[in-house]
Design a protein around this ligand. Sequence first.
Ligand code: 5GP
Ligand code: MN
Length: 331
Amino acid sequence: MRPIQEAFPLLGTPKKVFITTHHKPDGDAIGSMLGLAHYLVKLGHYVTAVSPCEAPDFLEWVPGMQNVLNYEENTQQSLDALAECDLIFCVDFNDYSRTKTLETPLANATQPKVLIDHHLMPKPYWDYGMSVPEKSSTCEMVYDFINLMDNNHLIDVDIAECLYTGVLTDTGSFRFPVTTADVHRMIANLKDHGLEHSKIHELIYDSWSETRMRFLGYVLIEKMEVFHKQKAALITLSKEDMKLFNVQSGDSEGLVNYPLSIGNIKFATLITERSDEVKLSFRSKGEFDVSTFARTYFEGGGHFNASGGRSKLSFKETITYFKKILSDIHP
Ligand code: 5GP
Ligand code: MN
């Protein structure tokens, strides 16, 4: 992969740009895709942003969200945009398979592909890009990209709100160790460009439905097991649990983090039964590497302290398998 600076000449004249992100996009995925989209439009490019599937409701207010194509709903329009584009940007993932629905179209596309991402172990097929696992978020990297092009002055409130969203959500509200002094300097600069951070915080964290709040109570009382010896906790969510509360996409977002608020719990896991697979989310605080854990046991990956994977076993068998592994490790 060549440094992203070598892609700057490609942006010297108006281009058709296709931007996409990972399946089940989160705040950093949507924020980086749309922050970059607004910026490239300001440079005079024609941009199509495509999400591999529907974005969660808690992100529907993000500036530009109304123009994002959902690949599952607008498949042909998305494929046409991909076929016609001059340049492809991929943000917040580094392996085509993380898009699920777009894996084959992206692999077959012959236009130059630019990567902006902070996950470990990027695939070798990107033409240009930035891959920096130490970065707090892809949104921080889009900000770096804008600065590398010497265009800090082009940041406006829309761009600032998009980029703030990803930094806020990927750092656990500026809590995780990846929150460097540079991250705080970036936010100060976004505020200089008009960001109202408390408005964004409220839109993301204080906009729950009553159902979602009660669902959290149910999950913590009924669905969380704590394994003190292993300093671990497990939450399991079956399809029935989600039916019981009529859980919407996004309502289970962030559940995996709650057990880490218990003193001495270093490793938290959420196992969710989905229609097509069993999905696992892992979080840790401190020295336990959940990225390696996800890769070793659950065909997954991610970051040192936040990762995910999947299982082809049934929901019940996955829980049994997970507990067997847990009894052998010491986070
Ligand atoms: P989440 O638990 O929120 O789904 O994912 C946490 C982190 O792990 C995210 O950064 C995400 O990109 C990564 N991740 C989640 N699932 C997978 C997976 O199946 N494969 C890989 N390589 N990374 C994943
Ligand atoms: Mn991210």
